[in-house]
Ligand binder design. Structure first.
Ligand SMILES: Nc1ncnc2c1ncn2[C@@H]1O[C@H](COP(=O)(O)OP(=O)(O)OP(=O)(O)O)[C@@H](O)[C@H]1O
Ligand SMILES: [Mg+2]
Length: 267
């Protein structure tokens, strides 16, 4: 039987090239150095842990992320557990990048979670599954009704202290993450951790569930404290894992590569 010769397919202009990579939509943090190592920002809809011990700049970084979003007309919500909103706004006023009208015109919204707990009768030290459900629905309703595009929870650790059981924390975070992703809301969750090597959250499950981890640390060097930032993980992003020195300045957070030298200890 005669077999017809195989005709090679016509050459296409893309021959020899890989299919074009999918570019994820980014949510720019507005912190220049951070956006440049994150290929433009956090992938939109991602849930990211901002971990670090006391005074490392977690709240400041989260506030700048929200202010920069509000300036771009992205509705930004700060859920505060550890500090009262009024005090946060007062502290924010010391930064030049903050304008009070962002709060007055509703672009930047502060909600004190302890007040929400009181209103909903969630006073118990350890929340039941039903109460966790109520908290999740309250956050979901806030996000949906206000059309929130950027959310900060300061801190996730304080919420987890009241959820306590690991499987319930996992469930809370998975449901929160799913809800936020569905509406395209990018979030930063603050994790207050001590200087534990290789650990970024209270229970450890939190860091496994989130899409990204930004670690802030204090490094003691020759009598001074250096604040440093490091991206531990960021799904969907080819990022640097180097340490960057950060400075909290009136015009916002400035970042520079960390040049090693001298004796150091991390806290
Ligand atoms: N206006 C400002 N300009 C520069 N630095 C500031 C300003 N306000 C605060 N800081 C610095 O930021 C530090 C606190 O930062 P921040 O509250 O963001 O840290 P944190 O990690 O959230 O702390 P905590 O663990 O207590 O919540 C202060 O100790 C101070 O050194
Ligand atoms: Mg703080």
């Amino acid at each position: 039987m005669e077999v017809p010769p195989v005709t090679p397919p016509a050459a296409s202009p893309a021959d020899g090239l890989l299919p074009p990579a999918t570019v994820l939509e980014r949510c720019p943090t507005g912190i220049e150095g951070l956006d440049s190592i994150l290929e433009g920002g956090i992938p939109r809809g991602n849930m990211v842990l901002v971990a670090g011990s006391v005074g490392t700049g977690k709240t400041t970084l989260c506030l700048e992320f929200l202010v920069r979003g509000a300036e771009r007309s992205e509705r930004s919500l700060f859920l505060s557990v550890t500090e009262a909103s009024q005090k946060l706004i007062q502290n924010l006023s010391t930064f030049e990048f903050f304008h009070r009208d962002l709060v007055e015109n509703g672009s930047l919204v502060f909600v004190d979670l302890p007040k929400v707990y009181d209103r909903l009768g969630l006073g118990r030290e350890e929340m039941t599954s039903e109460e966790i459900g109520i908290l999740l629905r309250t956050i979901r309703d806030l996000v949906r009704s206000l059309g929130v595009q950027r959310l900060v929870l300061d801190s996730l650790t304080s919420v987890c202290y009241r959820i306590r059981r690991e499987e319930q924390i996992r469930d809370f975070m998975l449901r929160l993450g799913q809800e936020l992703k569905e509406v395209g809301c990018t979030s930063l969750l603050v994790s207050e951790i001590g200087p534990l090597p290789g650990r970024y959250s209270l229970h450890g499950v939190e860091e496994a569930i989130v899409d990204g981890v930004i670690l802030l640390s204090n490094i003691h060097r020759m009598g001074d404290i250096l604040r440093v930032l490091q991206i531990i993980k960021m799904r969907g992003t080819a990022h640097s894992q180097a340490q960057f020195v950060i400075q909290l300045t009136p015009i916002g957070i400035l970042m520079a590569p960390h040049l090693k030298g001298g004796r150091e200890a991390t806290a």
